[in-house]
Design a protein around this ligand. Structure first.
Ligand code: AMP
Ligand code: GLY
Length: 422
């Protein structure tokens, strides 16, 4: 089978390394892929946001199955376009991807179907939002409606910060059209849990839970990033909490999307917060999380392509999906300065005893056979072990086997999970 994978980060590398385990897979095209993905797939320099480019490439090359991984092409409707070419896809169509593409849509959906989340108000005019925050409890959370490269959420601790955020998003349009509408939300506290789930809109199968580490610096300090590491499973996600989430959040969300005429097929990501009053949805994503996928997929025992095809065919119920009982830890090695200014173009070297099975390249290109840094998040180093403690220790030990000038990583991935504190 010829497989097309849209995307080019660590998450896509983790997906591709799983897909090639299936002997039916003879060739993978990655659009655009990256220098590490090039070891498993043919990388074609077409951006994940270049919908016409992806469609034209798919017309010219025989594609048997497509996996659309990042948010932008999903929200832009690439699955609809590929389906018109009769190419079976893993990933939601445009109508279903709105669950991530519009925070207003997601919040209204949860309100309508009583899915537990933070209380919220929606605004389309900045003066009304500014008036509202005068009396709103602080801190409050201000969110741009549309996609904003993971930067569209601002936690305002003071009234001045709230005013500044509203002006930045709505008047100065720092996220462009994504800020035409904003959501102002109640601030919640508690441990965060990511649950990715396969769904064909009839059956929903949650994967092993995980925990992202979004801030750039140790102790959850510094700026928000795309994610500096992840562990799985998340120890805060007990069996009882899982059962509650399944009946109060996961199934109701799948059913709600169906009732709205937007059946969701693909990977539905639940960003949850475990508050004193129970689990609440913080955000939905219409795809695998990154770096969560780099921690979760190495624990998947069932063949990934089989699951993805069953999702596409509406046959998920027939697949027995299982995960190993082990734990995993993924440490992201980044370029120092990320998520702001950082240098690129540094050679990446690996010590001789490196096992790169669970190393996932994100920001690196190939130059004369050498891997050269080309992004902020350079690679993810995942270790799997019987205990979380061991997985963390091994991931850090393996991280020392990779070297490049400006290498930077957090030293406390998994610490909160291990200590049971948040
Ligand atoms: P997002 O970009 O949607 O992933 O949100 C980024 C982060 O903002 C989340 O991981 C939470 O840590 C935080 N956040 C979002 N909404 C809330 C909320 N209502 N209360 C507290 N923190 C929040
Ligand atoms: N790790 C969070 C995300 O993928 O959005």
């Amino acid at each position: 089978m010829n497989i097309l994978v849209v995307g080019g980060g660590g998450r896509e590398h983790a997906i591709i390394k799983k897909l090639i385990e299936n002997p039916l897979v003879t060739h993978i095209y990655a659009l655009p892929g990256n220098g590490g993905i090039a070891s498993q797939a043919e990388c074609v320099p077409i951006a994940a946001t270049d919908i016409e480019g992806i469609v034209n490439f798919s017309k010219k090359n025989k594609i048997d199955f497509a996996v659309v991984s990042p948010d932008d092409p999903l929200v832009l409707g690439v699955v609809d376009r590929l389906s018109e070419l009769s190419i079976p896809c893993f990933g939601p169509d445009k109508k279903a991807a709105a669950i991530e593409g519009s925070k207003v849509f997601a919040k209204e959906l949860m309100k309508k179907y009583n899915i537990p989340t933070a209380a919220h108000e929606v605004f389309s005019k900045s003066h009304e939002a500014l008036k509202y925050v005068e009396t709103a409890p602080l801190p409050c959370v201000i969110k741009a409606d549309g996609l904003a490269a993971g930067k569209g959420v601002i936690i305002a601790n003071t009234l001045d910060e709230a005013r500044e955020a509203i002006c930045l998003i709505m008047d100065e349009q720092c996220f462009g059209k994504s800020g035409e509408y904003i959501v102002i939300e109640e601030f919640l506290t508690g441990p965060e849990i990511s649950v990715l789930a396969f769904t064909d809109s009839k059956t929903i199968v949650p994967m092993v839970s995980s925990m992202d580490h979004k801030r750039a610096l140790d102790g959850d300090k510094g700026l928000n990033t795309g994610g500096m590491g992840a562990i799985a499973p998340n120890p805060f996600y007990t069996k009882e909490i899982a059962a509650q989430c399944e009946s109060e959040i996961f199934i109701p969300t799948m059913e709600a999307m169906k009732k709205e005429g937007r059946p969701f097929k693909g990977c539905l990501y639940f960003g949850l917060m475990l508050t004193e009053n129970g689990p609440r949805v913080i955000e939905y994503n219409c795809r695998f999380g990154d770096p969560e996928a780099q921690a979760v997929l190495p624990l998947l025992k069932t063949d990934l392509l089989t699951i993805m095809r069953a999702v596409n065919e509406g046959n998920l119920q027939s697949v027995d999906i299982s995960f190993s009982d082990n734990s995993s830890c993924c440490v992201i090695l980044a370029s120092k300065g990320y998520p702001q200014d950082f240098e690129k173009g540094k050679e990446i070297t690996f010590s001789e005893d490196t096992d790169n099975k669970n190393m996932f390249i994100a920001g690196a290109r190939l130059e004369n056979g050498k891997l050269i840094t080309s992004g902020g998040r350079v690679l993810g180093v995942t270790a799997v072990a019987q205990t979380l403690k061991e997985a963390i220790e091994t991931a850090y030990c393996d991280s020392d086997k990779v070297d490049f000038a400006n290498k930077y990583y957090r030293t406390d991935i998994g610490k909160k999970a291990l200590e049971g504190k948040f």
